[in-house]
Design a protein around this ligand. Structure first.
Ligand code: DHB
Ligand code: MG
Length: 215
């Protein structure tokens, strides 16, 4: 057995391997399972199990205390991140849809981290400026409307402490990252702003996950 192909892009992930490693490293307790199982009226577009666990591990690695999330959905990634914080840490998570925010708050409460999470309702562009007073932040996780990633990235860079993390989901833009479209230009603007201000990488998760350490 030998690897001839991975540097040329071959992927050895299979559904069986994914389910094995998710189970071994990234298992769900009742609180995470509840938030992962989005109700039928909501889109099932939360991060994958291993990406959620990666958010938790990254925040633990840097001893994060103050974190911002853009795009709460049902609160799955919020719970993963909140559980990485110390008792006096806090996550501010922004959700555009008020029904999604209600579902997320109930899930965050059921997962036992309501004291560490505030779900703010509104567009990221409107809510982020109001959060600046709580900064500078240790990490900002972006997983919301893709056409605003350039704005969110600039905001993160301006409001992170040196050594803080900017993290962005869907960094391959569903396969459209290098297309000649406004949304692809916005996502490339995010990549390039992070690369200019951070020591960064795009992890090859199924849809790409940017992680940058602010210089
Ligand atoms: C969509 C959004 C996401 O953040 C994601 O991870 C997958 C899909 C979407 O809008 O379809
Ligand atoms: Mg996403």
């Amino acid at each position: 057995m030998a690897d001839a192909d991975s540097r040329a892009g071959a992927r050895y992930m299979t559904p069986g391997i994914t389910s094995y490693v998710d189970r071994v490293h990234a298992g769900h307790d009742a609180g995470l399972a509840r938030a992962f199982a989005t109700p039928p009226e909501m889109p099932a577009i939360q991060v994958g199990q291993s990406e959620g666990r990666l958010l938790h591990v990254l925040l633990r690695m840097i001893g994060a205390r103050r974190v911002v999330e853009v795009g709460t959905l049902a609160g799955y990634s919020a719970i993963q991140m909140a559980r990485a914080l110390p008792a006096d840490g806090h996550l501010w998570s922004i959700e555009f849809e008020s029904h999604h925010a209600d579902v997320a708050r109930a899930n965050v409460t059921a997962a036992g981290v309501a004291d560490r999470v505030t779900v703010e309702v509104g567009a990221g562009r409107d809510v982020l400026p109001r959060l600046e007073a709580h900064g500078p932040f240790d990490a900002v996780f972006i997983d919301a409307d893709k056409s605003s990633y350039d704005f969110y990235g600039q905001w993160a860079i301006a409001n992170l402490r040196p050594g803080g993390l900017v993290i962005g989901d869907n960094a391959y833009l569903f396969g459209q990252l290098v297309d000649d479209t406004d949304i692809a230009r916005a996502m490339r603007g995010f990549h390039e702003a992070v690369a200019a201000a951070c020591d960064s990488v795009c992890i090859p998760t199924p849809d790409g996950l940017v992680v940058g350490i602010k210089r």
